[in-house]
Design a protein around this ligand. Structure first.
Ligand code: CA
Length: 284
């Protein structure tokens, strides 16, 4: 009875496929798992935050509570705009009057709690959409507060910046002194514009590898920018100072411009994780 046997085989095959599907469905968590790291084997994890708790871990981060006062920003940084939920850091920007400002947003930094010199920082994140916002994930000299341009700026390394009005463009930059450890205004910058992906509706992995003479930037494992310390004088700008990590969203300011009639509030900037690695010592 070849016909019946064939049908039986088909029936058993279908049952097997359905059973496998059930196992997959039952074992799939409701919350999406973190994207896998693209890390190479010769880097060792030295610090991380997966944002798995119910609030920002203040042993790792300072939550800023003051006006945004760089680049003519229009918002007040309030702890109320920063939360941790479902495995993500959530930074909310909204039109709310606070502290003499018409908008609120959030910023956290590791100043005084974690700083490092050289290494790889990897951030999985999705930036905020809408006109007037600037999502930024960056490194700054640890003595700087992150606001108020001071004698300690630069250096600054921008792992990624995204303007809310242009979801398909990311910016990766280095700002540096043009002489050894010199500060504002003796500074120069190198910025690379990366087009293509949607940065406000999908998570991407942004990485920066900081070595003594070179910095490299990546998006989803692809090298997007490389900058070599210029040695054009007897006094090269050596970028060797300990840096803090800063995550935040600005409302308004010189670069994003002000919110307008097209702006949709509230808007959200999500960070899945921040991981910092340093080179594994090679055996001699
Ligand atoms: Ca996470």
């Amino acid at each position: 009875m070849p016909f019946i046997l064939s049908n039986k085989i088909r029936y058993l095959g279908l049952l097997l496929v359905l059973s496998l599907l059930m196992v997959l469905i039952i074992n799939t968590p409701l919350i999406a798992q973190s994207k896998p790291s693209s890390i190479q084997p010769n880097w060792t994890l030295i610090w991380s935050d997966e944002f798995n708790g119910t609030s920002v871990d203040t042993t790792k981060w300072n939550i800023i509570d003051r006006i945004g006062d760089i680049n003519n920003e229009l918002h007040y940084n309030t702890p109320d705009a920063v939360s941790v939920s479902d495995g993500y850091l959530v930074i909310k920007s909204d039109k709310v009057d606070l502290g003499g400002r018409a908008y609120i947003s959030g910023k956290i930094n590791t100043r005084g709690k974690f700083d490092f010199t050289y290494g790889r920082v990897e951030i999985c994140s999705q930036q905020a959409a809408t006109q007037g916002l600037l999502s930024a994930e960056w490194l700054l000299h640890y003595q700087d507060t992150g606001d108020s341009a001071s004698q300690y700026w630069p250096p600054e390394f921008d792992v990624v910046e995204v303007l809310g009005k242009d979801s398909s463009t990311a910016y990766q930059s280095v700002h540096y002194g043009i002489c050894y450890h010199c500060r504002w205004p003796s500074k120069a910058s190198s910025t690379t514009k990366i087009n293509g992906s949607n940065f406000t509706s999908k998570f991407h992995i942004f990485a920066l590898e900081w070595e003594p003479t070179e910095i490299r930037w990546y998006i989803d494992g692809r090298l997007t920018k490389a900058w070599t310390t210029p040695i054009t004088t007897d006094d090269p700008p050596i970028i060797d100072e300990p840096m803090q990590i800063i995550l935040g969203t600005a409302v308004g300011g010189n670069w994003p411009g002000s919110p307008d009639t097209t702006t949709v509030f509230p808007a959200y900037h999500y960070v899945d994780y921040v991981r910092v690695y340093q080179r594994t010592a090679r055996s001699r």
